[in-house]
Design a protein around this ligand. Structure first.
Ligand code: MEV
Length: 350
């Protein structure tokens, strides 16, 4: 038997960093995905491979999967196998392979996508029929075992897809059944976004720690910034549901100023945001942890080309993608005939 699943990456629209402290955020799933296939291995070992990340085949006995030091490219896969083995028990002899149309360089949620695709594939492979909130909780445990931090908003986007308002649990809990974040799907199938990569890879965990230190030093001020971000999320949600792009754009630009005040923007991100606004975008901001990765601009059809050119002229790389993509899904494809996949972005397999 073999099971293949796929899950999308994400773009943060509003509310990053504040979401780590229990505030809501807005996130949309994107049409770049990660595919995970699980099948039996006859030699009794756990084999993990992620060719796009330079890992051809890394193997370990199941009994050592939680303690072994794995290559970086398969660390999230290893963490998922470890969590599933601890919570549900896994038989020896597994082969797990990944393919991706989502570069891990861009900060578009490839770790969350591989985690959710792998948790879902293993749940199907073992016929566990786990409900979504348990898949989410297992994914969160796996990610936090690697990064130590993370609200789980990106896991929610990979799991449910579409565009969501997400509010995390305030307290960590050992009871998976109580690990239920507050997730509201928002009715929008298209956001007129332009995404620009700043050219630098960000380290989310160190940016989250930077904000945590600032919060320790200036709790009242930082709390006010988070409260203002939460109000912008409310404002942005109303604007998004009314498709009032001008109002959503204003909320994004204000959110950028607050992220700047937290010290997570960079001169390059600030430049890309400002040229996009000067070229007539409704609004623009960094998307994610800051410190590099991508920015997003919201622009009308008439201004799109100008905004795109402005971002490229300032040294940004425009990443073409669609928003509100489908969440995790079981793929009805065989590895040997993957070209028949309904999804044209599915990478070929030899
Ligand atoms: C990173 O993409 C977004 C942060 O809010 C961290 C998180 O929510 O896990 C900075």
């Amino acid at each position: 038997m073999r099971v293949t699943t796929s899950a999308p990456g994400k773009l943060m629209l509003l509310g990053e960093h504040a979401v780590v402290y229990g505030h809501p955020c807005l996130v949309t799933a994107i049409d770049r995905r990660v595919w995970v296939t699980v099948k039996r291995a006859t030699d009794g070992l756990v084999h993990l491979s992620a060719p796009a990340l330079g890992v051809g085949d890394w193997s370990v006995p199941m009994a050592r999967v939680c303690t072994a030091d794995s290559p970086r490219g398969v660390r999230f896969l290893r963490a998922v196998v470890c969590c599933m083995a601890r919570c549900h028990g896994l038989a020896d002899g597994l082969r797990i392979e990944t393919r991706s149309s989502l570069s891990d360089e861009l900060g578009l949620g490839s770790s969350a996508a591989v985690t959710i695709a792998a948790v879902t594939a293993l749940s199907e492979f073992m016929a566990l029929e786990l409900p979504s909130d348990i898949l989410f909780a297992l994914g969160l445990k796996a990610v936090q075992s690697i990064q130590g931090v993370g609200s789980g908003f990106d896991l929610a986007a990979s799991l449910y897809g579409g565009t969501l308002q997400f509010r995390p649990l305030r307290e960590a809990t050992r009871n998976l059944r109580r690990c239920r974040p507050d997730i509201t799907p928002l009715a929008t199938d298209h956001l007129p976004l332009i995404v620009g990569y700043s050219g630098t890879k960000a380290d989310t965990a160190s940016l989250v720690r930077h904000v945590a230190r600032r919060r320790e030093r200036q709790p009242a001020l930082t709390g006010e910034i988070f409260n203002s971000m939460a109000r912008l999320v409310e404002e942005g949600r109303g604007a998004l549901e009314a498709q009032d792009w001008e109002r959503l754009g204003q909320a994004m630009s204000l959110n950028q100023s607050l992220l700047d005040a937290l010290g997570v923007s960079t001169p390059k991100l600030a430049q890309l945001v400002s040229v996009a606004e000067e070229a007539g975008a409704y609004g623009a901001k960094l998307s994610g942890a800051g410190g590099g990765d991508c920015m997003v601009a919201l622009a009308s059809d008439e201004r799109r080309d100008e905004v795109r050119r402005a971002i490229e002229g300032a040294g940004g790389r425009v990443i073409p993608l669609q928003t509100a993509a489908t969440g995790v899904r079981r793929e009805d494809i065989q590895w040997t005939c993957i070209l028949k996949s309904a999804d044209p972005s599915a990478p070929a397999v030899r």
